[in-house]
Design a protein around this ligand. Structure first.
Ligand SMILES: [Zn+2]
Length: 318
């Protein structure tokens, strides 16, 4: 019994957080939420109301993508969303849940946290130290992109091999040459590259694909799970690795120590576990805070134990 538990723990990147007992997880969430609301009260962000810390997250109406884009437009470059005066060290253009590409940015602490959450997600896809991977994500400004993946692979001590998007035979021939030599265990892709590669031949098939899906990929998020595809739900303004499938392929584990997921009704009122509604997300630690961002997706939250040993809540998309 103990051996089985140890084996399961070893499969998780951060078992101390990912397999926290239910009551400890509830306590952690409420501590982080209280700290967030206190930071909001002390900030000069768009959420602050004359230095008074709000007592409940539900005091804030869901933030739509249109609201967010308007805030960033009116207060360039990133909107009045920062809760702590810390320097940003990376910026990118987020397209998830917003009507137009919207600048976002990360501090050192934000990037360190994302790298850890990314390591958790990629470990679930079958990568560990010294394992080889290759990613077909965009470089440059686009998020989720190859930079975030490289940080996560660094943290895992796994091999990164960025080859750029693979959505044509010519791109595949170029990538396949290096894949023949390196033999990646996991190929990391976005939805277009996965769609192309999944049907294509002529390259060494990896053990699994890890795919980063954004709110615009609603159908792919809700589709039936596949044993050789590990899906990661990415909302870069909130968290590049907001939630991810585990080996049980039975929902997406939320990074509950970084993101608070709520299911709400049309008026923004929280709904009970396992009932379907709109998915809104709140950043618990990020410097550019988003409170109750409306993803535009329908989902349900499940807090029952998962076969993989993780206790962090699972999302199921509708
Ligand atoms: Zn699981």
């Amino acid at each position: 019994m103990l051996a089985a538990a140890d084996k399961d723990a070893a499969a998780l990147y951060e078992p101390a957080v990912q397999a926290l007992a239910g009551d400890a997880l509830v306590a952690l969430r409420s501590r982080q939420l209280a700290a967030l609301l206190e930071r909001v009260g002390r900030s000069t962000s768009r959420y602050a109301t004359a230095g008074v810390a709000p007592t409940a997250l539900t005091a804030f109406p869901p933030l739509t993508g249109v609201d967010l884009a308007a805030e960033v437009d009116a207060h360039p470059p990133f909107g009045r969303l920062q809760l702590r005066r810390e320097p940003f060290i990376r910026a990118g253009l987020a397209t998830a849940s917003v009507p137009q590409p919207t600048p976002t940015a990360w501090t050192r602490a934000d990037l360190d946290a994302e790298a850890r959450w990314g390591a958790r997600a990629l470990r679930r896809a079958g990568l560990d130290a010294r394992a080889r991977s290759s990613d077909c994500l965009d470089g440059g400004l686009v998020t989720p992109g190859t930079l975030a993946i490289s940080d996560a692979l660094d943290t895992l001590d796994a091999l990164a091999l960025p080859v750029g998007p693979v959505t044509s035979e010519a791109a595949l021939r170029r990538a396949a040459e290096v894949w023949e030599i390196v033999r990646p265990r996991v190929i990391i892709a976005d939805a277009p590259s996965l769609a192309f590669l999944y049907e294509a031949g002529g390259y060494p098939r990896p053990q699994a694909f890890a795919v980063l899906l954004v709110p615009g990929d609603a159908a792919a998020l809700a589709a039936a799970a596949r044993p050789d595809v590990c899906r990661i739900f990415s909302v870069p303004q909130v968290c590049t690795f907001t939630a991810g499938e585990c080996r049980a392929r039975d929902g997406y584990h939320v990074v509950e120590d970084g993101v608070l997921a709520e299911i709400v009704d049309a008026r923004g009122a929280p709904q009970p576990d396992r009932s379907e509604g709109r998915l809104v997300l709140t950043t618990l630690t990020r410097s550019l805070a988003l409170l109750r961002l409306d993803t535009g997706l329908r989902a349900a939250l499940d807090r029952t134990p998962c076969a993989c040993g993780e206790t962090q809540a699972r999302l199921r998309f509708a």
